[in-house]
Design a protein around this ligand. Structure first.
Ligand code: RP5
Length: 170
């Protein structure tokens, strides 16, 4: 286990390595925000026992929020949520069949009692931001970095050439 994994505060898990191109966007953004995270591919249906061990041990290792991505009959986020009371953010992975609507409905339609906060299809960056916002409730330095991220995002639009003629844009 490397140093980054040992200190991870966000546990990112997805159903397959084929989900990595989407889920790595969350890793990248969390790293920019200075939030240590870990990324793993553990299928809920192919390796349920390993998934249970991963989720069961996560809080003791320092994990405070999960991001779980899956595609198709995307039960992984719900299964993770069933085994922890840490917040779980679900990322519906786009699919070739119906563009990820299958993943979205599978994740967002959790029956009552076990919540999964669901972002847009392929919305790994927003999952990262939401996880960071949850952690920032008890981390004022991270709160500051999130505010700076918002400010930089607004500035990039305000200083875009296409808005040069708008009053107050600069
Ligand atoms: C889901 O099935 C995974 O989350 C992935 O999105 C999808 C396809 O998985 P692979 O067949 O590429 O492993 O479990």
């Amino acid at each position: 286990m490397d140093e980054a994994t040992a200190k991870a505060r966000v546990g990112i898990v997805c159903g397959s390595r084929s989900d990595f191109p989407i889920m790595e966007k969350a890793v990248e953004l969390l790293r920019k925000l200075g939030v240590p995270c870990e990324l793993r591919a553990i299928s809920a249906h192919r390796a349920p026992d390993l998934l249970f061990r991963f989720v069961g041990g996560a809080e003791g290792r320092g994990i405070r929020v999960f991001i779980a991505g899956a595609g198709g009959a995307a039960h992984l986020p719900g299964v993770v949520a069933a085994k922890t009371i840490l917040p779980v953010i679900g990322v519906p992975i786009p699919t070739n069949v119906v563009g990820g609507l299958d993943s979205l409905l599978s994740i967002v339609q959790m029956p009552k009692g076990i919540p999964v906060a669901t972002v847009a299809i392929g919305g790994a960056e927003n999952a990262a931001l939401l996880a960071a916002e949850i952690l920032a409730l008890s981390d004022s330095e991270l709160r500051g970095r999130l505010l700076a991220f918002r400010e930089a995002q607004a500035r990039a639009i305000e200083t875009d050439e296409s808005n040069a003629d708008l009053e107050g844009a600069r």
